[in-house]
Design a protein around this ligand. Structure first.
Ligand SMILES: *Cc1c(COP(=O)(O)O)cnc(C)c1O
Length: 437
């Protein structure tokens, strides 16, 4: 199979061991929550194509916005120029994120949104004549993207081990991941906060910024924390002057059941990174929002004090126009993302409640996750087998280690969601029966 892939296609796939992976499945079209393969099979996209699709695939409103914009202005240099789609998008973002965030910097993917936040935070302290504030704080299990800066703040990830020597040191705090009726949640949170306080007390002027994925760590295993933890972390960091960066690349745009996780938790960062769902899953685009105070640290007569960062496609009009259309859809239909949490619980009750080796079922808005208890020793071989089995059952799911999660497009129907849960039920039972051993 792998030889066929090698000869058929020159493509080197992302996050894929090309030697052992199955040949990639060819998708010919997608509608709503469904992908159609070249052999005619229909697959339910239960992970929103890696967390980007919001309203469903090939959405007519987004397609129309894209087509209209493509006929008018497809792209233009962004330094020294602007255009209506970017202006509209920036206005929308400022109007619907916490009040203090009034400046919008464009880039083109989640990793670059994080790079921008990192460089802004670092340079901010130089502008404020405190260059010693050059270190960063992150959380165990945190993930912020694949470029070097993003890897720096997501350094606890096992994927980045080979690159460790290239990364500046990071202070890593424990993350109090929790689930309903977790008996240890208070202790875990208190320990994490205490460690943050000790870190900052020991070296009060060393840290530029703290990075956190608010409410849900995505790639780390859909690990959820309580809103009060997010508030406490942010308050302690701010008390020591450390800038707080919320990486809402995954959690933004309704994922957590509110428009943004920071809104849900009632807290506000100094910098906010958004991408993935920004364009509704249609085109690559990202923004880093920040406060007037940070903006003002760069605002000067001296050209050398400007923020030096740009990408060729910064502020791309097509991506901006689609993002505006997607945002308007979200605002018009909040029930689509607000209703999913209750639907997850109904399905859990119906299909999973009696599957004893599925533990720690948890939800945050549109996201549901659980742990599959199995013998860890063979689990790494099991993951690709599970992926393949889910596809056979007509569902795209990508377990993260022992974590099974569902992160569907908001348009998923009750019947489609039931199919996803029935597939999980069946696969979990097959695992217990040794079907994959
Ligand atoms: C996916 C992700 C990123 C990286 O985004 P890319 O567009 O893949 O570069 C950063 N942060 C979080 C929280 C993410 O989930």
């Amino acid at each position: 199979m792998s030889i066929a892939t090698m000869t058929d296609s020159p493509i080197w796939q992302p996050f894929t061991q090309m030697k052992t992976a199955d040949p990639p499945l060819k998708v010919v079209r997608a509608q709503g929550a469904c992908l159609e393969l070249s052999d005619g099979r229909q697959i339910i996209d239960a992970i929103s194509s890696w967390w980007v699709t919001l309203h469903g695939h090939s959405h007519p409103v987004l397609a129309k916005a894209l087509y209209g914009q493509a006929q008018t202005l497809e792209h233009v240099i962004f330094a020294g120029f602007t255009h209506e789609p970017a202006e509209q998008l920036a206005q929308l973002l400022c109007a619907h994120t916490p009040g203090g965030l009034q400046r919008v910097f464009f880039s083109d993917n989640g990793s670059t949104a994080v790079e921008v936040a990192l460089k802004m935070a670092y340079q901010y302290w130089q502008r404020r004549d405190q260059p010693q504030r050059s270190r960063f704080i992150g959380f165990a299990g945190g993930y912020h993207g694949d470029t070097l800066g993003a890897m720096t703040v997501g350094q606890s990830s096992p994927w980045w081990q080979p690159f460790q020597p290239l990364l500046p040191p990071l202070t890593i705090l424990p993350y109090p991941a929790t689930y309903p009726e977790d008996p240890e949640v208070d202790t875990k949170e208190a320990q994490a906060i205490a460690q943050l306080e000790t870190t900052l007390k020991t070296d009060p002027d060393a840290y530029a910024a703290l990075f956190i994925e608010p409410l849900v760590q995505g790639a780390g295993g859909m690990r959820m924390c309580r809103p009060q933890f997010l508030r406490a972390v942010s308050e302690v960091a701010k008390a020591y002057g450390v800038l707080v960066v919320y990486d809402e690349v995954m959690t933004g745009f309704g994922r957590t059941g509110a428009l943004f996780a920071c809104e849900k938790a009632g807290t506000q960062p100094d910098l906010l990174c958004l991408s993935k769902g920004l364009s509704g899953g249609c085109l690559p685009i990202a923004v880093t929002l920040t406060t007037e105070e940070i903006y003002q640290a760069f605002y000067a007569d001296d050209p050398a004090r400007a923020f030096f960062h740009s990408h060729s496609y910064t502020g791309n009009p097509l991506a901006c126009a689609v993002s505006v259309a997607s945002f308007q859809l979200l605002l018009a239909h909040p029930e689509a993302y607000q209703g999913l949490e209750a639907r997850h619980w109904q399905c859990q009750q119906r299909y999973l409640a009696d599957v004893s080796h599925l533990k720690q079922f948890r939800t945050c808005g549109t996201i549901a996750a659980m742990e599959l208890e199995t013998e860890a020793s063979y689990f790494s071989d099991l993951v690709p087998q599970l992926r393949r089995r889910f596809i056979e059952l007509g569902v795209l799911l990508r377990p993260l280690g022992n974590t099974l999660y569902i992160l569907p497009p908001y348009c998923i129907s009750d019947a489609e969601l039931a199919t996803v849960y029935r597939a999980i039920r069946q696969v979990a039972i097959e695992v217990a029966e040794g079907y994959f051993a």
